[in-house]
Design a protein around this ligand. Sequence first.
Ligand code: UDX
Length: 439
Amino acid sequence: MTPRLTVVGTGYLGATHAACMAELGYDVIGFDVDEAKIAALQAGKVPFYEPELPELLARHVAAGRLSFTTDIQEIAEAGDIHFLCVGTPQRPDGYAADLRYLFDAVDNLAPLLRRPCLVVGKSTVPAGTAARLAERLTASAPAGTAVELAWNPEFLREGFAVADTLHPDRIVVGVRSSRAEQALRSVYAPLISAGVPFLVADFATAELVKVAANSFLATKISFINAMAEICEATGADVVRLAEALALDPRIGGRFLQAGLGFGGGCLPKDIRAFIAWAEELGAGDAVAFLRDVDAINLRRRHRMVELAKEQCDGAFDGKRVGVLGAAFKPNSDDIRDSPALEVADTIRRAGAAVTVYDPEAMPNAAVRYPELSYADSAFAACEGADVVLHLTEWREFRDLDPVALGAVVRRRRIVDGRNALDPERWRAAGWTYRALGRP
Ligand code: UDX
């Protein structure tokens, strides 16, 4: 019998997972406590920007395969497999992950689980969380031990969420029984038969895979950004350096793009939560290097402000700065811990008139940074600018015509915070081109 699936928490991860599971052929119900979010999703609308997701979601809602509710009783009765996709943000009082929403979700769902089912955690958590949740589940579910827990971390990237979910590099599951393993094997059978590796582990290992992967990626980015600092001290070129390193297949070229560094809702908070959790375990020394990874990353933002100041002849007062980019990365409207906006706002506070343009993220940016000015095109943002800062590498910015843009600015000076523009093209159009980690 085909299992019926539910997804608890319909944010970024949950909405994507629900739509993709419907795409695999399952009947899926998404649950959230946020009524506005549920109303939007039930109307077939995605309340954030993610390529491909709106079409997928609308199609499956219209077909009746995918629905959304705020009624937890409904999903408890309907679901054979419940996926937990609630957020685990950084705690306001420190580095640790805030697990409140996850525990609330389990505490609300468990007392309603009256028949055998599998609860599958997908949120990013410190190892040990699944074991605690499993205990709570069996203690308060009327069906007792017939309710099982599994852990199945999610590795999707924003901007590629649908493709990453339907064509993942691997599926990792942490289980305590072969029944749970079989249930997940069967749910993911369409992906497994397409060749996606299926790895079975214990709870703690499955939880750890996710944080370890994100720590590795963050470390790789900070490594090349540390090399950028060295390049700045010696006059070397980090882009050329990265190209040469990338040709060694043991190193590889991905995540070796030097620039303003990482932001977003995952890498920064995950490495900080990892540090906090390892310290709690008495294993803090093992990941002490992640403090450097974080520090190198944040130093890039200061360096960017310095370079912008240099291009403003040493003072921001009375200068106009055009900022291209607000999202933490292209193809996303997510501004959580966005390096672009932090740089823009620092420069505004230092006295410049800063105007920002981003293809998708301006509504979010305007809520979080209301003091910045916003324009509705790259050209409008750069009008009369003393310096242009390229801070998020949208395709639209790479395709900009430097001759045409040169006609609207006050001075042709650009700092490329993402090493994504072609310096020769900009210099040929009369621009002073500066970048992070390049002479
Ligand atoms: C990341 C992981 O990639 C994903 O597997 C996990 O599930 C969630 O966290 P995401 O936050 O969507 O995904 O973005 P990602 O594409 O990984 O980029 C993260 C940040 O690193 C962005 O700010 C990006 O600009 C920056 N980055 C990435 C670099 O500065 N240089 C690079 O070479 C690559």
